[in-house]
Design a binder for this molecule. Structure first.
Ligand SMILES: Cc1ncc(COP(=O)(O)O)c(C=O)c1O
Length: 422
């Protein structure tokens, strides 16, 4: 009981506007269906300034005191209110595992697909809940028919997680992988569209692009690419690992066939959560044993799932929607613009991210000069309580500016960079 009271206190005393409305420990422990269906109440957020709102978001995180966290592109920090709910559900599950997992908690878990669909601008029956981006893309690549010699068009800036599926198609079905060499920094949408156009052939059967590139943070004009290849027999897969949670997403408007994403990066959700979107019209092309039982979260072919984690994934998506996904995107882009402009003043480095707003994202990456090693800088920064990402490909460092980042974080990081370069 003590535990219950302290959990309740923890939630009820959460300060400020972004409180966990409805996520009451007592209700969770008593197990009413209503308790599960209640989400996070951010109704008041419309009436407060951006600075106040995002300060509240920052206060909701559990980052170590003093840590400057600039690596959401690898893993995002979860808000405490979601973490608390998931933790409590995990505990409750252990009280009566089978009855919980296949009872009310299982039913609540099934509602996550609808929440994710709404977050992504898709229909519920187009969404599959996966463990991460890699699994989503691999599920598609291991489930489609392929004629040896047919081509996959992609770039030299894709992540290994996405390439796993492509390499599987190459090894098992004779796919030919063609990698376009990416310009960095990219200059215009036209430059990118021309690059795709000039590399398409009659044999191109799949196109895989990142919505936001893992290396430079380049934002591909996905809608325009969808229009460019319309009418051709090409499966357009978008690796969205770095986009939702940062950018407002409307999948039907983007027009791609497949979109895969992780919940544990910019969405800041429980770890090992992800989504796979398949446009209704392409679903028949993907036959995979794991989907043979249908797209429900728990089915004969999916086997048992982690219900608390998956419920938490739905909750964190609701949290983003309550803050406002367009508002989050605007904030992230403002932070990135500041980061870019201050970084541009640092002598000796080369920014490899695009300075064009339409091609940019919340990721800003820079290469270090000869004689300076990105791994060394990352380690030094780690010791000074900064988390940043090193990119071996270009001896570069990647900075992720999520909504909880501040200009002051960027100033401090760049001050350390100048000391390192001196
Ligand atoms: C563009 C991109 N795709 C895929 C992945 C793999 O993500 P996960 O490990 O969650 O599958 C990453 C991870 O950083 C990424 O940046």
């Amino acid at each position: 009981m003590n535990n219950l009271i302290s959990q309740n206190k923890l939630l009820n005393t959460r300060r400020g506007l972004l409180k966990a409305g409805g996520i009451s420990a007592l209700a969770l422990m008593t197990g009413t269906a209503k308790a599960f269906s209640q989400g996070v109440d951010f109704k008041n957020s419309e009436n407060i300034s951006d600075d106040q709102l995002f300060a509240e978001v920052r206060a909701e995180l559990m980052l170590k005191p003093g840590l400057i966290y600039l690596n959401t592109g690898t893993l995002g920090p979860a808000p405490q209110l979601v973490f608390d709910k998931v933790s409590m559900m995990m505990k409750r599950l252990e009280g009566n595992p089978a009855a919980e997992n296949f009872g009310p908690m299982g039913q609540e878990m099934e509602k996550t697909r609808a929440k994710i669909a709404s977050f992504m601008g898709a229909d519920e029956d187009e969404i599959i809940l996966t463990r991460n981006t890699t699994e989503g893309i691999s599920t598609v690549c291991s489930g489609i028919d392929w004629t040896a010699g047919d081509e996959i068009l992609t770039t030299n800036h894709e992540h290994g997680g996405a390439e796993t599926g492509l390499n599987f198609l190459k090894a098992t079905k004779g796919a030919v992988i063609k990698k376009m060499t990416m310009p960095y920094p990219a200059q215009s949408k036209k430059q990118l569209l021309d690059l795709v156009k000039s590399n398409l052939t009659a044999k191109t059967k799949m196109l895989l692009l990142s919505h936001v590139e893992t290396v430079t943070g380049l934002r591909w004009p996905i809608k325009e690419v969808s229009e460019l290849i319309k009418g051709r027999d090409i499966l357009f897969i978008v690796d969205g690992a770095q986009a939702p949670g940062m950018l407002h997403i409307d999948l039907h408007d983007l027009g791609c066939d497949v979109y895969a994403c992780s919940g544990h990066k910019w969405i800041m959700g429980p770890k090992e959560t992800g989504l796979l979107y398949m446009r209704s019209a392409v679903q028949a092309q993907v036959n995979n044993v794991f989907l043979s039982g249908g797209y429900r979260v728990y089915s004969a072919s999916s086997g048992t799932r982690n219900a608390p984690n998956i419920i938490g994934f739905g909750d964190v998506a609701q949290w983003h929607m309550a803050i406002g996904t367009k508002r989050i995107e605007k904030r992230c882009m403002e932070l990135a613009a500041y980061c870019y402009s201050e970084m541009a003043k640092v002598e000796g480095i080369k920014i490899i991210s695009s300075d064009k707003a339409e091609l940019g994202s919340a990721i800003v990456s820079f290469s270090l000069p000869e004689g300076k090693k990105n791994g060394d800088f990352r380690r030094i920064m780690n010791d000074k309580n900064y988390t940043i990402k090193s990119l071996p490909q270009y001896n570069a460092i990647r900075i992720s500016n999520h909504m909880f980042t501040t200009n002051e974080d960027v100033d401090k990081m760049l001050a350390e960079l100048k000391i390192y370069l001196a």
